[in-house]
Design a protein around this ligand. Structure first.
Ligand code: NDP
Length: 467
């Protein structure tokens, strides 16, 4: 029976949640999974929604169960699985049937797949919000032909998160634009998480606070300018106790952070675009470094433990809140600046205010600040966010706190890679006369690369003497 309005392949964590969300919003859906038992288990556990879900045990049956023109979501691991599934599916589809890759694809792959698809409908969409978001309302960043997006927009906006009546699902542009925006979202997520972890480190090691007190501070901050999903869950993580040992959960978790690569892709792409995103880069580096546990232990044995303890009268918890506000603004300013550069480079016309809006609910980086960011980008999408009045005022009020946090931590041996990179970015961005004149002098000295003079002209060379 060809009655399903949409199909879905891949009933893992995200696919199963997305399929239930689609059914829950009143759409009939047909599903298929590589391992058939998973399809059966999924359908059995679907409860009241089972009537809206058609489980199938072959790709042919899946295709037959969907009304024409068909649309089929792939929710499988990024990479070969997407190409393999596409290759298996295409011969069974009509020319106007659509494949939607909703996994975390590298946007270069999505560009290639869109070109390979030619006129065959294909979308690459970034879905953020983890399992809960997928089940109850994710943030969706679409890429591909606008006409193809419009064909399925009624389903995608219905299942997306809602922010005060606005669906968090938006078409970002052609080809891989949606997956690109999702990658930068993840880069910002890395930096936001890292900055929170760094402030947690100051509270734990510098100020000697116990995990309940730390949890209380995060909970308090979550009611102010830092209100966000990540600050909220950080408080909950800090509050949790290990049922096995009675210790704080944080004390029994190994300090080596995992990653699936989207942060790294963002950093690599930023280098190609010459987009300065030092806080995001520092966050990716910090994850890489975190996995070198044996080396860090050897370093501590060799160099000794840093003093760590920071006197309470030199750094208060309120100062840390202000430092985090400044750091967060700087990390988002970097992410949006990168998106603006990519928009020019790839000719995408990425809608910056809409991107801020689509991140306001459903996704991991949702936060109160994104409302003001959307307004600031609406006023002037070409201006770096740190120069928009709402954020320049906040930076003027809070950058000194960021400086205090970074300085005191440096004096006491606490590493703050993302916050200190954010501060260096801020200071560089407000220094009209920097030091690259020395770099240009060096380059001309050893390579005769030439330099521009302040009093006019380029291609000048210096009287350097012999090398
Ligand atoms: P899971 O590992 O939970 O599930 C993967 C699914 O893909 C399973 O149904 C699996 O089938 C199927 N699969 C794996 N390999 C193949 C293949 N070669 N051919 C066909 N099917 C295959 O992954 P997630 O649901 O977590 O992730 C799916 C996608 O969503 C990924 O791209 C991920 O990066 C992205 N994503 C994940 C988020 C998360 O929080 N987990 C958040 C946002 C995006 P089988 O049962 O046979 O193994």
């Amino acid at each position: 029976m060809s009655s399903a309005e949409i199909g879905l392949i891949g009933l893992g964590t995200m696919g199963a949640a997305l399929a239930l969300n689609i059914a829950d919003n009143g759409f009939d859906i047909a599903v298929w999974n590589r391992t058939t038992q998973r399809t059966r288990d999924f359908h059995k556990a679907a409860g009241d929604l089972a009537d809206r879900i058609t489980p199938t045990e072959s790709l042919k049956d899946l295709v037959a169960a969907i009304a024409k023109p068909r649309a089929i979501i792939l929710m499988v691991p990024a990479g070969d699985a997407v190409d393999d599934q596409t290759a298996a599916l295409r011969p069974l589809l009509d020319d106007n049937d659509m494949i939607i890759d909703a996994g975390n694809a590298n946007f270069h792959d999505t560009n290639r797949r869109a070109r390979d698809a030619g006129d065959l409908p294909f979308l690459g969409i970034g879905v953020s919000g983890g399992e809960e978001g997928a089940r109850f309302g994710p943030s969706i960043m679409g890429g591909g032909k606008r006409t193809h997006w419009d064909r399925v927009a009624h389903i995608l906006t219905a299942i997306a998160a809602d922010h005060k009546g606005t669906a968090c699902a938006t078409w970002m542009g052609e080809e891989g634009a949606g997956h690109f925006v999702k990658a930068v979202h993840n880069g910002i997520e890395y930096a936001d998480m890292q900055m929170i972890a760094e402030v947690y480190g100051i509270m734990r090691d510098g100020l000697g606070l116990d995990h309940h007190t730390i949890a209380d501070h995060f909970a308090t901050w979550d009611k102010g300018p830092l209100q966000s999903y990540l600050v909220e869950i950080s408080g909950k993580v800090a509050a949790a106790t290990d049922p096995k040992t009675g210790q704080p959960m944080l004390d029994v978790i190994v300090d080596a952070a995992g990653q699936k690569g989207t942060g790294r892709w963002t950093v690599i792409e930023a280098q190609h675009l010459a987009a300065p995103i030092p806080a995001i880069e520092a966050a990716v580096v910090a994850r890489n470094l975190s996995s070198q546990r044996d080396t860090r232990a050897a370093g501590e044995a060799l160099f000794g433990t840093a003093p760590h303890h920071i006197p309470h009268d030199t750094l208060s918890v309120d100062t840390l809140e202000q430092a985090l506000i400044a750091g967060k603004i700087l990390c988002y300013a970097q992410g949006f600046d990168m998106i603006a550069k990519a928009s020019d480079e790839f000719g995408w016309a990425l809608p910056l205010p809409e991107i801020a809006k689509v991140w306001r609910a459903g996704c991991i980086i949702r936060s109160a600040m994104l409302d003001d960011m959307a307004s600031a980008l609406q006023d002037d999408p070409d201006r770096n966010l740190m120069f928009a009045p709402a954020f320049s005022d906040a930076l003027k009020s809070n950058h000194d706190a960021l400086r205090q946090a970074v300085a005191q931590s440096a004096l006491h041996g606490i590493a703050l890679p993302a916050l200190s990179s954010g501060l260096a970015y801020f200071d560089a961005m407000r220094t009209a006369r920097g030091t690259a004149n020395m770099i240009q002098g060096q380059r001309d000295f050893f390579g005769a690369h030439g330099f521009a003079r302040i009093d006019g002209g380029s291609g000048h060379h210096g009287p350097w003497g012999s090398e």
